[in-house]
Design a binder for this molecule. Sequence first.
Ligand code: BGC
Ligand code: NOJ
Length: 812
Amino acid sequence: MKYGYFDDNALEYVITTPKTPLPWINYLGNKEFFSLISNTCGGYTFYKDAKLLRLTRYRYNNVPYDNNGKYFYIKDGDTIWNPGWQPVKTVLDSYECRHGLGYSTWKSSKDDVEAQVLTFVPMDDNCEISRVTLTNNKKSSARITLFSYVEWCLWNADDDMKNFQRNLSTGEVEVTDGGSVIYHKTEYRERRNHYAVYGVNTKVDGFDTSRDAFLGAYNGPDSPDAVKAGKCTGELASGWSPIASHQIDVTLEPGESRTFIFTLGYIENPEDAKWEAPGVINKERAKALLARYSDETSVDKALAELKDYWKDLLSIYHIKSSNEKVDRMVNIWNQYQCMVTFNMSRSASYYESGIGRGMGFRDSCQDLLGFVHLIPDRARQRIIDIASTQFQDGSAYHQYQPLTKKGNSDIGSGFNDDPLWLIAGTSAYIRETGDLSILDEMVPFDNDMSVAKTLMGHLQCSFNFTATHKGPHGLPLIGRADWNDCLNLNCFSEHPGESFQTFGPSEGPVAESVFIAGMFVKYGEEYAQLCELKGDQAEADRARQEVKKVYDAACTAGWDGEWFVRAYDAHSNKVGSKECEEGQIYIEPQGFCVLAGIGVEEGLAAKALKSVEERLDTKYGVMILQPAYTKYHLELGEVSSYPPGYKENAGIFCHNNPWISIAETVLGHGNRAFEVYKKTCPAYIEDISEIHCTEPYVYSQMVAGKDAKFFGQGKNSWLTGTAAWTFVNISQYILGVYPTHNGLSINPCVPEDFGDFEITRKYRGATYNISVKQNGAQKGISRLIVNGREISGNVIPYEEGVTTYTVEATLG
Ligand code: BGC
Ligand code: NOJ
């Protein structure tokens, strides 16, 4: 069953009922000011950091589920309704929500009054614009009242939910222009030099700034007293819970429309220009902001800029094939999700509250892989930021706070895969841009410039960390966990509340990870290539020798007969082996070792992938492990804490499905690679949205595995490394346009019946128009013609000054 449809021409997903199985959300904002917004207008807004600078309040873990948002109420006689249906939930005569790239729209009607709402964050301003148009389609004139509503968060979203003894007394507001402009200035009197503003471009007939006055002490946003009465109270908030609401009385003749523009903004003032009079905030910048969006032309212009921006970005990688669903994922939604994951890392979604995790080290590095072709400059800055949270021994803070860019000491370090992801991200950046200068940048350790090294020096620390932290089998030590946060082999958590990630000794001298071995082989080679580019052949040779040792260990101690072992625990027992009672096979080492090329020549790789197909595959995707753990294993940690079929305990963890798909392309299995791709691909499972539940335009972190009651149900949509890895998979491995240090390589691996296709790829200042003739083959280029000349091999040599490459590739 579907709850909407893709409108590919408009680059939108159209939701035709507000009653989606879960809130289906969108992200607004590209740089520093962000909003999450659901199809029923729920969501929240923040500047830079979802924890520290939260503008509007959201109620997690509440009923109804999607609680609090940026609402508009329409009162038409005794009927009160919202264009997004929530929070009043009056049955609408029509409803349509369109999520586009950085904007969302609603078009709803009730009793012949139509409301159209457009919400977006403009490219270069710290604000969210909502344009509301009301149209009277009745035969007689309509007297309606429009109310806006936002509830302010007292900036620190964590403290806002906890520290009531203080917070209920700190709230402060100012109101100007008869109520048209409402300022939220809590804590501005002391350590903050920022405030928020919510203004509308018209005279208003009333306003409210106190939640209790507007809603009524015992009401929620579903039945505000002020809206029922048709009149705001004009109360100035003092402490308690400040809000902003405008009341606009409108009389519309038959067929008449009126449009209002609401601007929700964030303003910072210089320390010495905070006040215009004692106790009165300096509003200059706010006024200028509101003035920039005071008429429809300026809003249209800002929206057009946003749309052009996306059109430009999406022209960097564009496919035309006979597979509509591949085209829409590759050309629109997968790249869009990559941008959002890059902006957010794992910090703020409907499932990541934005108050806990900050930016993940490994997460950000992986996000880069899917995003770097879009805005390489920002990728460059991100690499430097991430590397700045590394320690001198190569280990790294597992997370950092986006506002301060400092590592989070509550989680600390000890996730032994982290260092290698830095090599992955940097190599991807350089292969994309050719910008080797990044390797010479001086980058601090733990943000301390007095102990800076070049980025190349950081990569060497990363490499050496793994090379020097190996266990009894010559495999890398796992530390607190590797990619699988829940495989906690040194934790031994016996009591509730002991964090699986930070409890216990972080460094066990015994527990080893075959997954990190796969990473070391893959990214160790990429490190060696960077050394060569820097002219350091000796270091490249040394690196390859180290890689060889780990390769051999993976093929011996890491091999279980039919598949790769997952790990060795703190007692040197195998994890993910036929010897185990539960959890005999894990997906991660099969995917990563094979995609790194381990065991391809020895025949192990093909066996491993066959085992995956036999033991882990389901109709909804490939499960992370089997058999599911039915008991808690103290020696394994959190992985065995989840009920069977959920999350890391035998869920279909979407993130590592592309690893399997990539691994299949390494072996030339186009049919199987694409089958794996399709199973979790949102566009391919849109018509089972009632089972899948999450948004059909983006990936979720997990789909419940076959052991779970809700087999096939998605969870934790949006912020997942799945976005980046899937884009890498489909764009670089299946469609086969892979950036190397020497130019683009063309080496597709597609299913037999895929058909011919064309790709436009902008790369290092040139445009490549690539057409692929498939001839029913899965892999293997038989002819590659570039600008009329046949070339040998797969890599299109870069020619200085040539800005257009016409590439004809023939498979088979
Ligand atoms: C959770 C895991 C999750 C991970 C996300 C852990 O604390 O328990 O299930 O995948 O964090 O980082
Ligand atoms: C989600 C985390 O964000 C990611 O870093 C981790 O690799 C996966 N969970 C698997 O545990």
